[in-house]
Design a protein around this ligand. Sequence first.
Ligand code: ADP
Ligand code: MG
Length: 612
Amino acid sequence: MSDPSSTPVIRLLPEVLINQIAAGEVVERPASVVKELLENSLDAQATRIEVRIDGGGRQLIHVGDNGCGMVAEQAKLSLARHATSKIQNLRDLFAIRTLGFRGEALAAIASVSHLEMESRVADEPDGIRLRLAGGKDLQENRVATPPGTRITVRNLFFNTPARLKFLRSDRTETGHVTALVQRMALVRPDVGFRLVINGTETLDLRAGEEERQTEARLTAVFGGDFVANCIRLDVEHERAGLSGWLGLPGLHRANGAAMHLFVNGRWVRDKLVNHALREAYRGLLPKETWPAVALFLELPPGDLDVNVHPTKEEVRFGQQDFVYSWIRRSVADALASMGATATRTTLFPAAIPREGQEHPLDDGSADEVIPERVRLPEAVSRPVAWTAPPEPTTSCKVSEVPRRQEPVVAPPMPTLPETTVRLGEAVGQIHGTYILAQTQAGLVVVDQHAAHERIVFEALKKDFASRRIARQILLMPEVLSYSAVEARVVSAHLETLERLGVVVEPFGGNAFAVRELPSMLADVSARSLVLDLAMEVERFGASSALNARLEDLLTTMACHGSVRAGRRMTLDEMNALLRRIESTTFAGQCGHGRPTYVEIGLDELEKRFGRK
Ligand code: ADP
Ligand code: MG
């Protein structure tokens, strides 16, 4: 057990050298830097993290977060070796809930690079910027910067040429970083991750626990065919939990790289667990192949020693035997439950057990093949009928694979009150601007922009009246830059904008960062929305007059956030819009007072054609 404070000998070495020695263990390559910085961001409760690398991470690594940030003194301390906010005593070391705790990563990274840190806590007016070269020559400035922490590491290993030599090609190093970010994203669906490589966005994973988000993350890690071909596992045992996704046998891989284990949110390698997994898949996979699995093990912190490896990629289990047999058994049971399907499809020939070959936990259920369950994709996306084998202490459930969300555009037809105007069925769109619909009494021509604007306006008004406008946090703040005059206007009305659901913060100079927007506004250009609103508020003076001018402001917003004229719409989208117009008050006019649709009766048509 290396309690960091009980290593007096190393105090005799110069600080920078100590850090460089630590860097030898902690910082193997650019991906290790990204790992430490990402872990710090997650420990800082960030909900959005952006990673940028240039030149495989050799030239530049940047990790920016919207976490708690640090005050100046703390920021300076964070760069010192053995400086951590995460543990104070030995007891803490055995109750670790954070990813970091050794307090050496930042010092180690700084000692072998040019490091710049910007950090600000939300309730301070500005932040701090620290710069170090090879862990020395600390420069410090106050800076205008958004809350959170941004760390930029340039010229990694510039002062340790021997280590530089060990780096592989840019492509390989980039690959390591990408894999790392994908893994982290998998275990934290509540956090948004964006990865930019040499200026190109390669990953943009939005935060959210919804299936769609989880699927996007699984797809990023395992590839496109995984989601439709996996089994969801979810098992509990006393205070332990085991969940994850098990790739069907047909998705086998040539090596073990697709077996991912996360213990208490930490990605680790573990021979024991890998063995348990291979045992569970035994008989289902061809020789010398490995399954694709993401397994999440949750254990009480006291049952786990996380301090056994410098980069914390290994752990030691208190109850090794239990972990092994629990994982093996649970995974095998889940696979067996799919046995009738997975083992009889021609899509997955590897999974077919030969005559007489033993299926793990074969309980005979494989014999009751229901014909339509044989086709794999259907079988998998249907709830799996499965009863857990009797085991008194364990409650198991294998749930359905997350179902792909259908791109449903049209909401179900609402039941409308008698008095509502029925706008009929869309037949098409003309000039990319008008929707043509057939109604019982004739036809209706709808101005798509005007109609949508009215809907958004009414919804915003209702929202505003009830409590506050529903907002959506942007995954990455959008930075807007304005002229000096515009910037002055915008910064004068930030509070009013916030009340309207548009959350904008100063971003230094004439720039602003948009953090949140009303959820109702689709595809809005934040830049012109913010400016238009600010200008309008400016025109009528103090924000106390907000309520008096509310309708105008909401109209401006609705106008920005509505389907533009000229945008092609699908029939489903058109019908959805028609139904929403019908259920919106004052739907006959847009916020500017123009009509949103005109009706032409059959009698008028008949008259025009001389039928009447
Ligand atoms: P450890 O993570 O093991 O504590 P580090 O050297 O990685 O050690 O970080 C030192 C300390 O700096 C952390 O304990 C934390 O208090 C602070 N810190 C580092 N990165 C961030 C960040 N992104 N946001 C807020 N605080 C941070
Ligand atoms: Mg750390």
